[in-house]
Design a binder for this molecule. Structure first.
Ligand SMILES: C[S@@+](CC[C@H](N)C(=O)[O-])C[C@H]1O[C@@H](n2cnc3c(N)ncnc32)[C@H](O)[C@@H]1O
Length: 306
């Protein structure tokens, strides 16, 4: 099954999810990004126009509006987003103008349209050079920007690499999906299927986790129970295809995340490029309050006319 990049995100944002990249379970870590945006919003003039790039379900707009309710925020994303329909019942979202299916490398806005440009784990998913030229173009002179960008060694990117390996094991390096589909079509026995599942787990000890393989096997068990209850095979095949689609979407999103992340050298090149486009900027690491590990890059600055 081949999953289109946008499809993977469109599906994801329909799930009433606000964040896509929570690093750890620690409460203070979860609050770290929110506090960066809250502080940034407090430095902005009331009624500033803000463009949030690759906005998802509006995590950045919500954090900005929590501190400054009068900001005029537009959020764009390549995915078919509709946060007012799918996101948590957050009243702050009613003040945001969300525009789906926008490639941030080709923004549908005139030059000097916004006082502020923001992005959280979004900018770097696009063609960096084109997206940089575009956001600088639509930013007013003396306009501010703040970008939170994936770091190759962050506590978001490192676990994503491990998850991709496990999903690849399940999806590509095992016959489990094919065998299960055959079982649903009465072409493979339950005994052989169970044997195959046990073999997979035994061969991949240390590489499989409760979160991914555990969930996969528990979903498979639920489908087996349904089949035993004589649920029609056609319904089961639909449920199975839906499960496969969600697993492929997860793999696609994680693969995009890892390849979007910037190393130290790539960030240095990126900052040089922004400076050449007229930006005066500061680049620092965002670290986790719980243990000081890397969470992301933070690039902030102001646009000057060249
Ligand atoms: C990791 S999510 C971040 C979403 C949001 N900023 C947040 O922090 O929750 C990355 C987002 O980038 C979007 N994206 C990827 N490539 C894009 C592009 N070329 N133009 C616009 N959005 C893009 C995806 O659709 C996805 O919603």
């Amino acid at each position: 099954m081949c999953m289109n990049k946008n499809q993977a995100w469109s599906l994801y944002w329909q799930n009433n999810i606000l964040e896509s990249c929570i690093a750890t379970g620690a409460i203070e870590d979860g609050a770290k990004l929110a506090s960066i945006w809250n502080q940034f919003a407090q430095q902005l003039t009331t009624k500033s126009t803000v463009l949030d790039l690759a906005t998802g379900n509006g995590s950045v707009p919500i954090n900005l509006l929590t501190s400054q309710q009068n900001l005029q925020v537009t959020g764009v994303d390549f995915a078919d987003i509709s946060p007012k329909k799918f996101s948590l019942n957050n009243t702050l979202l009613t003040n945001v103008d969300f525009v789906p299916k926008v490639d941030i490398a080709d923004l549908p806005f005139k030059e000097h349209s916004f006082d502020v440009v923001t992005s959280q784990f979004g900018f770097e998913y696009a063609d960096n050079t084109l997206a940089a030229q575009e956001f600088i173009r639509v930013l007013k002179t003396s306009g501010k920007f703040l970008l939170i960008i994936h770091h190759t060694d962050s506590e978001v990117v490192k676990p994503a690499r491990v998850k991709i390996e496990e999903l690849t094991l399940l999806c590509e390096k095992s016959e489990l999906f094919n065998q299960f589909e055959c079982y649903l079509k009465d072409e493979f026995s339950l005994v052989d299927l169970e044997q195959s599942g046990k073999q997979f787990l035994a061969q991949n000890q240390g590489k499989v986790s409760k979160a991914i393989s555990g969930q996969f096997f528990s979903n498979i068990n639920s489908l087996i129970d349904l089949k035993e209850q004589l649920t029609p095979n056609t319904e089961l095949l639909v449920l199975f295809t839906d499960m496969q689609t969600r697993i492929e979407a997860e793999r696609s999103r994680l693969t995009q995340l890892v390849s979007a992340s910037l190393s130290v050298n790539e960030m240095a090149d990126f900052c040089d490029m922004l400076k050449k486009l007229g930006a005066e900027l500061d680049c620092q690491l965002v670290t986790l309050p719980s243990d000081g590990a890397i969470l992301a890059w933070q690039v902030s600055g102001v646009k000057h006319e060249l």
